[in-house]
Design a protein around this ligand. Structure first.
Ligand SMILES: [Zn+2]
Length: 202
């Protein structure tokens, strides 16, 4: 499973391709089961919901495949919307329309309930649907776009065209890498080798 370095669920969702900018990229969302597995791993859904969805997917494989296609389309739309937001540009219209379409659907399948801790907006479990796995991601995307901090969303410039997104919560807004242990470290090693080469060249 990909490291959860985004700092927001929607960013971790966008980071389910590794690296983002390459012809040969590893896609963690290889099937509907993998999508549910990721959502469970990222803490977006609980074990009972995951079981329900997987069970339903077994009985409706074609519908599950369609939800996977929607998930991938949503992921790519989110990347493009966030990438333009980072540059303070208007989002690409087709991607924005798509997010709005998914949002409209998601809103039609949630209900307000009152629990011990107060009111919560949640998926309507009385009518379980395969698409429910996307709802927490959509909600997270709306949160980030509406409440931010959009000016703290960054794209990792890691070697190998990483392109992962994350919220930079460092005090002086100086976080550069998705993960210091991978991209940060790779960059360090790369700089080290470049220095050695430069020395030899002298
Ligand atoms: Zn990176």
């Amino acid at each position: 499973m990909p490291e959860l370095v985004g700092g927001a669920l929607c960013l971790d969702f966008v980071n389910t391709v590794d690296p983002r900018h390459a012809d040969q990229r590893f896609d963690y969302l290889a099937g509907y089961g993998a999508l549910v597995g990721w959502a469970r791993y990222a803490g977006a859904i609980d074990a009972a919901a995951a079981r329900r969805m997987l069970h339903r997917a077994e009985r409706h494989p074609a519908a599950a495949g369609e939800v996977l296609r929607r998930a991938i389309r949503l992921r790519e739309a989110l990347y493009r919307i966030l990438a333009s937001a980072m540059k303070r540009r208007a989002p690409p219209q087709d991607a924005f329309d798509y997010l709005n379409r998914e949002l409209a659907w998601a809103n039609a399948t949630v209900r307000l309930t009152r629990g011990r801790e107060g009111f919560v907006l949640q998926s309507d479990d009385r009518r379980p649907r395969l698409e429910q796995v996307l709802w927490p991601v959509i909600r997270s995307a709306v949160d980030v776009l509406v409440d931010g901090p959009l000016d703290r969303v960054r794209e990792c410039p890691g070697l190998g065209n990483c392109g992962w997104l994350f919220v930079d919560l460092s005090k002086n807004a100086s976080r550069r890498w998705c993960d210091m242990r991978t991209c940060g470290n790779r960059a360090k090693v790369h700089r080290y080798h470049a220095r050695i080469r430069a020395k030899r060249g002298r």
